[in-house]
Design a binder for this molecule. Sequence first.
Ligand SMILES: Cc1ncc(COP(=O)(O)O)c(C=O)c1O
Length: 365
Amino acid sequence: VSPVHGGDLDAVARRYGADPASLIDFSANISPFGPPAGVARVLVEYASRPRALAPYPGVSYERLRTRIAERLRIEPEAVVIGHGSAGLIEVALRAETAPTWFVPVPAFSEYRRALRAVGVREQTFALPGDFALDVDAFLRSVRACGDAGALVNTPHNPSGTALERERALALVEGFDRLKRPLIVDEAFIDYAPERSIAREAVRTRHAIVLHSLTKFYALAGVRVGYALAHADTARRMRETGASWPIGSLDEAIVFEALADEAYARQTRLDNERERVALRHSLIALGLHVIPSVANFLLVELALPAERLDVVIDALIQERVIVRDCRSYEGLERRATIRVAVLDGERNRILVNALARVVRLFQRGS
Ligand SMILES: Cc1ncc(COP(=O)(O)O)c(C=O)c1O
């Protein structure tokens, strides 16, 4: 089974015979603000001296690891660079081994793909209706299973909910006490950095934290992520992962992006303002919207799940693409969609389109 993702605009355009440029993509959760300005400077510089691309990148990515480490106030030895945070899931599963891995569901589809690729068993753990992981119950289930690790995502895709920092710390400490591996996927943590447990996790022996540079910095085409772990685990990950997971141009681009603190602050502020406004507008349409700390919202429509196809088709007629969440385990029988929080103008297009579609289906239902 191949993983299902949002953001495949060309495939949608082909299916509907539409021009991809005319569609507004709310199905991928990538920042609408574009990359930081310094990224364009790096590209211009490389364009003026293409010979800079001739050598291999330094295998240890020392400069980039040091920049990441300084921002997080940890040691560069704790940082592993990877081909997107998705590329690091398998590397993490091979560095901290367990025959069974607990995964709270619904979950990002790449987890299942990576677990299968590594050849280990997945044990799903159903999240409740509000998507809040009960850390104590989760720890009890893991403890009861002979030899299991866990892969936990916070902020959580597709709901946007996040563990309180104190709960996330209890999770890390619990796994440390059990001496079991724990992978915490913090791909969206830049939207709620105060909740990150990365600095605490690197002090334990078995926790690996994953961070993405593709969503928050609008650089999904560049494919860079990093992992944070105890120096010994991080060294094992570097030894067993690919030798050059990213190119020197990729490294230069994200090195520049990470320097731009003002961009990060502004993105957080803009996202929060737009997220709050969009959530209120969707609630005003009578839709159920899960509170989110990230740059997307999970929205439930009061319709039988089978009617979601016509809703999604009707939205595409309005040029709006949303993420159909029925491919997520646990959401198959619910009419839920995930929408990215974009800028005010595009969010208004989404709200207006949804308003018309909801009215249509309420009348027709
Ligand atoms: C929860 C989660 N983790 C990781 C990723 C992968 O991000 P990256 O682009 O860094 O590989 C995604 C992408 O959608 C995601 O939703």
